[in-house]
Each structure stands twice: as structure tokens, then as C-alpha cells.
Design a binder for this molecule. Structure first.
Ligand SMILES: C[S@@+](CC[C@H](N)C(=O)[O-])C[C@H]1O[C@@H](n2cnc3c(N)ncnc32)[C@H](O)[C@@H]1O
Length: 295
């Protein structure tokens, strides 16, 4: 097991976080230092992957400090146990690691076995999606019996949340490691009958397949590129939640979807990330109501 410890100052920490989001799907530890610097601990199964990430981050952020370490394999599991603490969202969901699954919880539990797939609820982009689902549920836009598409399902966390609310749907991911982890998590959460997970992207869907809700926590560039294909699979109620968007890129994603006929979305913000939420068809007044209600 190989570990990188990277220290980034205030000017580079945002760029480094974006790189981590893009390349380190299985998560990392983050600690704030005095003076607004951050230290990131990133574990790699293979040393090569660690060196590749070191090169990419050094070229994007030339002033960061990088330390290397080799750690025994058993520390990997212990490291997970240290930093995978339960995450509560709006008192509706609680995301738990599998070793805490039997503890009694007031909120709807989502059990995640932390492996190499993205989606433990600790990252703001996932948290924002769960928050959007919870609020859309409160507002009556989402209901039991509806169907959803979890595009880029990762650990399956978002699809599991929707299934636990009584919706059914499909999760797809182009990464076979994520698919395996999501399938394991659907079994642990006993939602296998509501939530099917398979390998692939939008092209693996039937062209006429429609969903009441589409969730996509992927990078802005991919979301912009996939826009016409995502919209094609929305039914008339057009409930769409997009995340993985740095706040300073949110307007460009909004413009792309607006140009294709969706109205103005609501925005949820956390740290330097934004999620965009469309609901209520093309009626911009309804959209504005949703903006008010969500923010
Ligand atoms: C940031 S993770 C999100 C995981 C989880 N949905 C969450 O919200 O935490 C993005 C996932 O999308 C997958 N992905 C990236 N591009 C994709 C595409 N074009 N089609 C399907 N999946 C994609 C990646 O493999 C990764 O597992």
C-alpha cells in the first residue's frame, strides 16, 4: 500500500481538490491546518498509480509539498475506520459504513462498504445530491413508485437512497470496479429488487427509456457533453439533479441545459461545489418557487 501526503496552501487547495475529485474515486482524508492550508492523505493499492497522481498534481499545482510513504495493508482498513464516520443528511438519511450497520438509527440508513468506488457521503458533491433528494421529497416532487436513473452510480449511494424512499430504478457506471461495489451495496441494503446496477453509460439504455428523476454526479465537462442525451431520457416532469460542479463552472452548465429547453435550475451550494436542480417542467415560475423553497 502506497500513501501520498500532500500539503496545499490557500492558493492551490481548490485546484488540488478538483484533481482529487477527478482521479481518486475511492476517497481521501483531509485536514485543515492553521493559515488555511490543507493536508490530504491519499492511499493507493499500486505505487504506479500514486506516482502518476503525483505527476499530475505537481504539474497543476507546482507549489504543493508531497511526501511518500509505504504503509502495511492492514492500516488501509483501519484508516477507513478512522475517517468513515456516519453522515447525516437533513435528518432523513444517515450514511453508515457496513461495520456500523446494526446500530439503531432514527433516519433512513444507507449502508456503504467503502472500497474503490466514489460515494461515501463525505464529499460535498454526494452530500448535495442526497440533500436535493430529501428536499424534493419534502416538497412532493418525488414520490414512492417513481423511477430514477443514477448516472455514474459509484458506490450506488444515490440509487440506494431513492430505493429506500420507495422509488425504483437503474444505476449505470462505466467503471467495472464501481459496478461491483454498487451491486454489493444494493445487496447489503436489501434493495436489489428496486435498484438494478449495470456497467455502461447512457448508450446502454433503450433510446426511448424515460425516467421521472435523473441524478448525475459527474464532472461539469462530462455533464455538458452528455446534456442532449440526459434530457432525452427525462419524462415530462423533468426532475434532474446534477452535481460534481465547481461553483465557478455552474453558470456554464446551467446555460448548456437552458439552451436545450430546461428552465432555470435551483442551486444548492456547499464549500466550492454546486448542485443544480430542475423540477416542475419548463414553467419558469414553478422553477423559481423551487429555488426559493430549496435555498
Ligand atoms: C463522482 S462519482 C459519483 C458517485 C456517486 N453517484 C456519488 O454521488 O457519490 C462519478 C462516477 O461516474 C462514473 N462516470 C464517469 N463518466 C461516466 C459516464 N459517461 N457514464 C456513466 N458513468 C460515468 C465514474 O466512474 C464514477 O464512478
Amino acid at each position: 500500500m502506497f500513501k501520498l501526503k500532500i500539503k496545499a496552501g490557500p492558493d492551490e487547495k481548490e485546484a488540488l481538490e478538483s484533481l482529487l475529485y477527478e482521479h481518486i474515486s475511492w476517497g481521501w482524508e483531509e485536514e485543515e491546518l492553521p493559515g488555511q492550508a490543507l493536508v490530504f492523505d491519499i492511499y493507493f493499492h499500486q505505487e504506479d498509480a500514486g506516482h502518476r497522481f503525483k505527476e499530475v498534481s505537481r504539474s497543476m499545482c507546482p507549489h504543493i509539498e508531497i511526501m511518500e510513504e509505504t504503509v502495511p495493508v492492514q492500516d488501509w482498513n483501519n484508516a477507513w475506520k478512522d475517517f468513515f464516520t456516519p453522515i447525516e443528511v437533513d435528518q432523513r438519511f444517515v450514511v453508515l459504513p457496513d461495520w456500523l450497520q446494526h446500530e439503531k438509527q432514527a433516519a433512513v440508513p444507507i449502508i456503504i462498504t467503502p472500497k474503490m468506488a466514489f460515494g461515501t457521503g463525505h464529499h460535498a458533491t454526494t452530500y448535495l445530491c442526497l440533500r436535493a433528494v430529501s428536499r424534493l421529497w419534502d416538497l412532493g416532487y418525488l414520490k414512492s413508485g417513481q423511477n430514477f436513473l443514477d448516472l455514474g452510480t459509484g458506490s450506488g449511494i444515490l440509487g440506494i437512497a431513492c430505493s429506500r424512499l420507495g422509488m425504483s430504478g437503474l444505476g449505470v457506471d462505466i467503471d467495472p470496479v464501481a459496478v461491483e461495489n454498487a451491486q454489493e451495496n444494493t445487496r447489503i441494503n436489501r434493495v436489489g429488487e428496486m435498484f438494478e446496477v449495470r456497467e455502461g453509460g447512457l448508450s446502454s439504455l433503450r433510446p426511448d427509456q424515460k425516467f421521472n428523476l435523473i441524478l448525475g454526479n459527474i464532472l461539469s465537462s462530462t455533464l455538458k457533453q452528455l446534456a442532449p442525451d440526459i434530457i432525452k431520457h427525462l419524462d415530462d416532469s423533468a426532475i434532474l439533479v446534477l452535481s460534481g460542479i465547481l461553483t465557478d463552472q455552474a453558470s456554464s452548465v446551467e446555460e448548456r441545459y437552458e439552451a436545450l429547453g430546461l428552465g432555470r435550475p435551483a442551486r444548492l451550494n456547499m464549500q466550492e461545489w454546486s448542485a443544480l436542480v430542475w423540477a416542475g417542467g419548463k414553467d419558469s415560475r414553478e422553477q423559481l418557487n423551487l429555488v426559493d423553497a430549496l435555498l
